[in-house]
Design a binder for this molecule. Structure first.
Ligand SMILES: [Zn+2]
Length: 142
């Protein structure tokens, strides 16, 4: 006596495809897993391989599980979230400094302009990884 086999395209993809998504099926735990792995700049599918081949360049596929990372297109979401985050750090900093020690415009500019650039460059690759992890969790490609 044999059990009936599920031959739907979805079940075939998960059982026979090497590039099938790994991880939990619950959407919230899958999202947190993708975010955590992506923020560490690792492959969101396995968490072992590297997702990035350079500062911001995604690999075409994971070097560990061969998940096609290059099929995800983050576009301008990472810069948007980076500017949003850095703005919420820099603007209160400028205002607090202005309220407390009232520095000259030149001093404010010489502090906060480089800080803005460095914070953006520092956060951007990690936020791009998190966006990649979110796309993986929600199965958004292309
Ligand atoms: Zn992988």
């Amino acid at each position: 006596m044999t059990e009936p086999k599920d031959i739907s395209p979805e079940s075939r993809e998960h059982t026979h495809n090497n590039n099938a998504d790994n991880g939990p099926q619950s959407s919230s735990s899958r999202l947190f897993l993708g975010l955590r792995r992506g923020f560490r700049r690792k492959c969101p599918n396995c968490g072992n391989g590297f997702a990035f081949g350079g500062y911001l360049k995604l690999r075409s596929e994971c070097n560990s599980c061969h998940h096609p990372i290059g099929e995800y297109r983050c576009d301008d979401a990472p810069p948007y979230f980076t500017i949003f985050l850095v703005g919420h750090i820099v603007v209160p900093g400028v205002l607090m400094m202005e309220q407390s020690i009232k520095p000259s415009f030149g001093l404010q500019l010489s502090i906060w302009l480089p800080a803005t650039v460095l914070l953006c460059l520092g956060f951007l690759p990690f936020i791009k990884g998190a966006v990649l992890g979110t796309q993986w969790a929600m199965r958004i490609k292309g």
